[in-house]
Unconditional design. Structure first.
Length: 246
């Protein structure tokens, strides 16, 4: 089976489930894991600007897309000629069924189940009891955060954080003043690449708050990625609780 993936986290999952670069024949430029394998796979553009002609030339048996990450009209343009599966992952349960369905589709059911079990283990072991109010920023100028109907919100909740903006939807714009109620401000490494200078900018306004850069992939990459984040989440929780909880 020849597969084109339009979703970075799904590309990673395909390789984790045992596919090779001979089966995953197309990927986006943002599909960077696993690096040693994706480098051999043809790039068909970005998640928002796929090159339909390049995809047609690959003649895939299956194209995997995502409701949020890809442009509807571009995906629909491929549906007349190819089998296209459009995924939608907003919760950990959604992710469970994503892997389960991929396992069935690729005849990798046992491996998919092993990853699902590992993901639940990672999240359970990372969870803390204290409901610290966290503001998770994904963009700068303007600041943008995450609402309650996002995968990031669900991961925050799973490991014990209360999303300061749980009453909002999707990815709302906010102001610096809106962060006043946060115990912790998380600056994601993606999609905006927050750096130390951005921490300093916020520290001028909130000198007593814990402000830190977090691994955006650990919170937003569904599929198999969270199964590999056990150590990261434990270290994150340790750092946060040592400096925030008194």
């Amino acid at each position: 089976m020849k597969v084109v993936s339009l979703v970075p986290s799904i590309t990673e999952a395909l390789f984790d489930l045992g596919l090779t670069e001979h089966e995953v024949v197309g990927r986006t430029k943002f599909c960077i894991h696993p690096a040693e394998k994706v480098k051999h796979v043809a790039v068909i553009g970005g998640t928002k600007n796929i090159n339909i002609d390049k995809i047609r030339a690959l003649q895939p048996d299956l194209i995997l897309a995502n409701k949020e990450e890809n442009i509807k009209e571009q995906v629909e343009a491929l549906m007349d000629d190819f089998k296209v599966i459009v995924t939608n992952v907003e919760t950990v349960e959604d992710n469970y069924y994503l892997l389960k369905n991929l396992g069935k589709l690729l005849n990798k059911e046992d491996l998919a189940q092993a990853f699902n079990l590992k993901i639940y283990e990672v999240l359970n072991q990372a969870a803390i009891d204290s409901k610290l109010k966290a503001a998770y920023l994904i963009w700068n100028n303007p600041y943008m955060t995450v609402g309650s109907d996002t995968f990031i919100h669900k991961i925050l909740a799973e490991i014990g954080f209360e999303n300061l903006f749980k009453d909002r939807k999707r990815y709302p714009e906010i102001t610096t003043e809106d962060l006043a109620g946060a115990d912790l401000i998380m600056l994601s490494s993606e999609p905006f690449p927050f750096k130390e200078k951005h921490i300093e900018e916020l520290r001028k306004v909130y000198p007593d708050k814990k402000i830190m850069i977090v691994d955006g992939e650990a919170f937003s990459w569904y599929g198999t990625h969270i199964a590999k984040c056990g150590d990261y989440f434990k270290e994150l929780i340790h750092e946060v609780t040592a400096k925030v909880i008194r």
